[in-house]
Each structure stands twice: as structure tokens, then as C-alpha cells.
Design a protein. Structure first.
Length: 461
């Protein structure tokens, strides 16, 4: 689950929990307040009945006919201290409510259908009464006035209030989710900006930095820490490239001297054949090492260089000159070479780098070809680009390796590449040259049959 969704859920949960707590508090207060109001109502009616009492000549009391006008919809019963009834309202004939002399107010649940007491109510509802007991003293005698009223209307009012509040909670939940999602987006927007910038930072774009604001909050500290890490990475990459370039440059001269010494020794006629064979094998290994050093120098130069010396040149002439240099190898393997070049195609680029790109591509097309195979080089203008296709027959490249052949030192078949003198840098240099000119390079291959490299370069650099 994304952080934005988590924050949204937490905001909605916290808001709903607070609203639910407040709603429950309101419902409980309304419930208690309703009972308080009902108790006050019963107290008022009890005082009204008290005023309606009259004392008989024998000292007893009774309720006159005026009490009948006060008893609906109330349950009323007046008893003496012996529990003998003095007055009872008509509702006492339907339900008997116990007298709890130790309590002034209480609630009694009955099994009497509410429709018997209050017409218009649902039949399955059972009546509950709120009861109040008032002690009376007349002529030295004690009496108990018990007055009650059904609480179903009160309960229904509270239930309706609860339903209304719960409906409001559902609506507020939707509002909280929408507001929480928007708020989470605003909170995470700086992190998304940081992530977007961090994704474009790579070994070719280590100079990119995250802009810092003046808030000096946690995000400011995170951005500063990432920028510091990028500084260290940039320094490390630069030192690594400089080391490779310096090491390759220092190795170039002694390797050249060694190669010349081996070639001079091999020209001597008085050397034993066994020694000549060993020297010849060592000279081949030395040539391979010399080529590796040259590739490292070229790659380091491309990575350390930020500009190129662009000029206008005819691409067809440059391509034909490269193929002319490889003619002995092409003829030695019996490869049939087909060339389709647009003689009117002019390219604004660095000719030396483009030439190195073509040399690497043609060299691979020859090395990884078969006897009596084919090579086809095509180049033409496509819109504002120079479109180059180099096709060759051969063992091809498996689909799983086609995306990785442009990586440094990656070789599809280690043994075959080593026997052919490959180090896994040729296509890396090609990609770096193409990207240096703002172009693209891709590779397609059918294992066991053919391989094709597609290069697209802007005509105007």
C-alpha cells in the first residue's frame, strides 16, 4: 500500500474516531437529559395531583374528580403506608408497576404491548415506564404517590437522533477520505519532487541536485543529505574515470615497446621453432591487451569529455573508408558485403568518434560472422536524422542478452569472446558515442541466424 493511501486512511480513521466519540457523548448526554426532563415532567404532574388531594372527615385523603383530567397518559397510584390503594388511574388496570420505596426514580420494563397503552404504536414493541415515587404526609399519616409514564416516545427520539448522527458520520467519512487524500498529496508532493530528481541522477548526470528551500524541516534535511551523497558519488565516479584513463595511458607506452620487441624477436631466423611458437602466443596476448588498453582509453575519453569537435562531412565517404580498411579480413573469411549509402547524406558530428563507432560495429560484424556469411550496411536520411543499419549473419544473440550487450565488459559467450580478442567494451563505446551525439542505438537478433544494429543520429548534432 502506498504511503499516500496509508496517510489517507489514518486521517480518516482519526477523524471518524473523534467524530464517533463526540457523537456517543452527545447521544449519552441527550439520553440522560431526556430522562431528566421526563423526571421533571413527572414531578410537575405529581405536584398538580398533590394540589388535587382533599382530606376526609376521618383524616384520610382522596383524589377528587379533577384527578381524572390529569392522569392521561400517566400511570398513577396513591397508597397508604399499609399499601392499601386510595386512588388508581385506568392504566393501572392494564399493567402493575412495583413500588420500590427505597428509590425515588427508576425504570420498569414490562411485557405489555405498547399498543394497549398508546394506540398507533407498533404491536411488537413492549412498554417501558419511567417511575417516580413521592412520599406524602397528611394528618400524621404517610402516603406514597407513584406516578409513571411510557418512555417509548423518548427512546424513539433518541434512536432517531442516533440514526441521524450515524448518517452524518458516513457522510463525514467520505469527506474525510477525500480531504485526507488531498492533504496526503500535499504532504508528499515534496517527496515526489525529490524522488523525480533522484531518478534522473545517474552516472551520466551526476551534476543534478535537489533544490533546497528555506523551511529547514525534515524534508530539507533529507534533500541536503541526498545532495551530499550525490557529491560524494560524483567525486568517486570522476576519480574512478581519471584513474582508468591515467592507468591506460601509462600502460600504452610499455605495451607498445613490448609488442615491438616481440615482433623484432620473431623476425630472427636463428630462434628455435618451440621458442617462436611461445613468442607468437605471447605476442597475440600482448596484442589483445593493447587493444583492451586502447578501448579503455577511448571509453575514458568519452566519459570525461563534455563537448565534441563537430564538423560537416559526408557519411558515405567515412563509411566506405572504414569498410576499405577491413577488406582484407572480409575477403579472408569470404564474407559478402553489401553497401547501400546515400551519397548526399551530410552529417554534422565529430568524424573521429563516428569513425570509431563504425569501426567497432564492423569489427563485431566480421568477428561474430560465419564463413561465406553476409554483411549489409545501409544509411540514409529519415526526417531530421541519419538512419544507419548494419546487418550480419552469424550465431546471433539470445533474447535475454540483447539488452545487456551494451554494458561494460559484458560478453555473451565468454570463451568465444576471449578467443576472438573481445573484452566487452566495443558496443559500450558505440553506445557512448551515439548518446554523446544525442542519438539512439538498439540491437535485434535471431539466435543462430543474424544480428542487426540500428543507429539513429541527428543530422545537425
Amino acid at each position: 500500500m502506498k504511503i499516500r493511501h496509508r496517510i489517507t486512511l489514518w486521517i480518516a480513521f482519526a477523524g471518524l474516531l473523534s467524530s464517533l466519540s463526540l457523537s456517543l457523548t452527545v447521544i449519552l448526554l441527550m439520553w440522560e437529559e431526556s430522562y431528566e426532563m421526563l423526571d421533571q415532567e413527572l414531578s410537575v404532574y405529581a405536584h398538580a395531583l398533590d394540589n388535587a388531594l382533599s382530606v376526609l372527615p376521618d383524616g384520610s385523603i382522596t383524589l377528587g374528580s379533577s384527578a381524572d383530567a390529569l392522569n392521561s397518559p400517566y400511570w398513577i397510584r396513591l397508597t397508604d403506608d399499609q399499601g392499601r390503594p386510595i386512588y388508581a388511574s385506568p392504566m393501572t388496570g392494564l399493567v402493575d408497576l412495583p413500588l420500590r420505596q427505597n428509590k425515588e426514580r427508576y425504570t420498569v420494563n414490562t411485557s405489555i404491548p405498547l399498543t394497549w397503552l398508546l394506540p398507533g404504536q407498533e404491536e411488537e414493541d413492549l412498554a417501558s415506564f419511567r417511575v417516580r415515587v413521592f412520599p406524602l404526609h397528611y394528618e400524621g399519616r404517610n402516603y406514597h404517590l407513584q406516578i409513571a409514564r411510557p418512555v417509548e416516545n423518548l427512546r424513539w427520539a433518541v434512536v432517531e437522533l442516533a440514526i441521524t448522527i450515524m448518517s452524518g458520520l458516513l457522510i463525514s467519512a467520505l469527506v474525510l477520505i477525500v480531504a485526507g487524500y488531498y492533504t496526503a498529496g500535499r504532504i508528499l508532493r515534496p517527496i515526489q519532487d525529490i524522488n523525480a530528481i533522484a531518478q534522473v541522477v545517474n552516472e551520466k548526470n551526476l551534476g543534478q541536485r535537489i533544490p533546497l528551500d528555506d523551511t529547514h524541516d525534515e524534508l530539507h534535511e533529507l534533500s541536503a543529505a541526498l545532495n551530499s551523497m550525490f557529491d560524494r558519488l560524483q567525486f568517486s565516479f570522476l576519480r574512478q574515470k581519471e584513474f582508468i584513463a591515467n592507468a591506460s595511458h601509462e600502460l600504452k607506452t610499455p605495451l607498445t615497446l613490448l609488442r615491438l620487441s616481440f615482433e623484432e624477436a620473431l623476425q630472427s631466423e636463428d630462434l628455435p621453432d618451440s621458442l617462436k611458437q611461445r613468442l607468437s602466443a605471447q605476442n597475440i596476448a600482448l596484442l589483445r591487451m593493447n587493444r583492451l588498453v586502447k578501448n579503455l582509453l577511448d571509453l575514458s575519453s568519452l566519459e570525461l569529455t563534455e563537448t565534441c569537435e563537430a564538423e560537416t562531412f559526408a557519411f558515405s565517404e567515412l563509411a566506405r573508408s572504414v569498410l576499405e580498411d577491413f577488406q582484407p579480413l572480409i575477403q579472408n573469411q569470404g564474407i559478402h558485403c553489401t553497401v547501400q549509402l546515400d551519397d548526399q547524406l551530410n552529417l554534422i558530428a565529430d568524424p573521429e568518434k563516428i569513425k570509431r563507432m563504425l569501426i567497432n560495429l564492423v569489427d563485431n560484424a566480421i568477428k561474430y560472422n560465419r564463413k561465406d556469411g553476409k554483411i549489409r550496411l545501409q544509411a540514409g536520411q529519415l526526417g531530421q536524422n541519419c538512419d544507419i543499419l548494419l546487418f550480419n549473419t552469424g550465431p546471433g544473440i539470445p533474447a535475454a542478452d540483447q539488452e545487456r550487450v551494451f554494458e561494460q565488459f559484458y560478453r555473451v559467450e565468454k570463451s568465444r569472446a576471449a578467443s576472438l580478442g573481445g573484452a566487452g567494451l566495443g558496443l559500450t563505446i558505440v553506445r557512448r558515442i551515439v548518446e554523446f551525439h544525442g542519438g539512439t542505438v538498439s540491437l535485434q537478433s535471431k539466435p543462430g541466424e543474424w544480428t542487426q544494429v540500428h543507429v539513429v543520429l541527428p543530422l545537425h548534432g
